[in-house]
Design a protein around this ligand. Sequence first.
Ligand SMILES: CCCCC/C=C\C/C=C\C/C=C\C/C=C\CCCC(=O)SCCNC(=O)CCNC(=O)[C@H](O)C(C)(C)COP(=O)(O)OP(=O)(O)OC[C@H]1O[C@@H](n2cnc3c(N)ncnc32)[C@H](O)[C@@H]1OP(=O)(O)O
Length: 228
Amino acid sequence: MTLDLDLADALSRAEGDARLAALAALAQQARDLIDAVALTDVPGDEITAVAGEIAVLSERLRATMRDRPRSFQLTEDQNTLIDPGNAVGGVANPHALPLVVEVTPERTVRADVQFRPVHAGPPGFVHGGVTSMVLDQLLGEAVAAGHFPAMTGTLTIRYRRPVPYGEPLVGTAEYTHSEGRKSWVEGRIALPDGTPLVEATGLFITPSAWVGLTIADVEEATAPAAGQ
Ligand SMILES: CCCCC/C=C\C/C=C\C/C=C\C/C=C\CCCC(=O)SCCNC(=O)CCNC(=O)[C@H](O)C(C)(C)COP(=O)(O)OP(=O)(O)OC[C@H]1O[C@@H](n2cnc3c(N)ncnc32)[C@H](O)[C@@H]1OP(=O)(O)O
């Protein structure tokens, strides 16, 4: 099985666990900052002073930059494929919630989800684009867990009830079936008692170059050669 060149490149530049932990801590500080910016009510001169300090910190981080965002990489023990730069789930991406997605023994996926005021849409509730973004990710992971990795072709969302922020919710998704390179998946964001708030169905398409590619193939292709 040949690997997509971008993926092979990203894996070859994988970061060690300690550096990844530092990046995750930085990303969490950035999320805390975003939340504070969204809700702050400090006086105007304090806002201006803080903006100046943030500009200095951004400049320090820009001292050495990548030419593209982080992508898939294997953990140092080579056992787990993670996506630290993912916009929805990536621990090293401050844009991500983040989302810790577990694969169940039945090859479905599950994640605890808690939205924040920064995700606001209609007054007091979460933006529908944000919940659909989370469902796109969960459905994508469910396809990968139950079948082959695939890209979203069509995503259909049914908003059943407004979604609160600041409350523990549960996201789940499961692969249902495939026809050739097309795979169907379903998912939902629900209250802890199972009451669905947002439901999604997706038709995901495995690009020809990815057919048959699984996480095991990625691990095999990136494992050190014997004797190394
Ligand atoms: C680099 C390797 C990576 C491998 C990684 C390994 C492991 C990864 C592990 C885990 C991954 C975990 C999670 C994934 C993470 C997140 C999920 C994020 C999901 C996204 O956020 S992803 C971004 C949004 N997504 C796009 O950016 C897609 C842009 N688009 C395209 O890249 C192409 O458009 C594509 C590939 C979709 C199809 O291209 P194509 O050339 O393969 O398709 P083709 O024309 O051959 O059609 C074949 C049959 O599909 C039907 N068909 C085609 N398109 C359709 C559509 N849109 N809706 C319904 N049906 C459609 C045709 O009607 C025909 O049907 P029929 O056979 O019946 O005639």
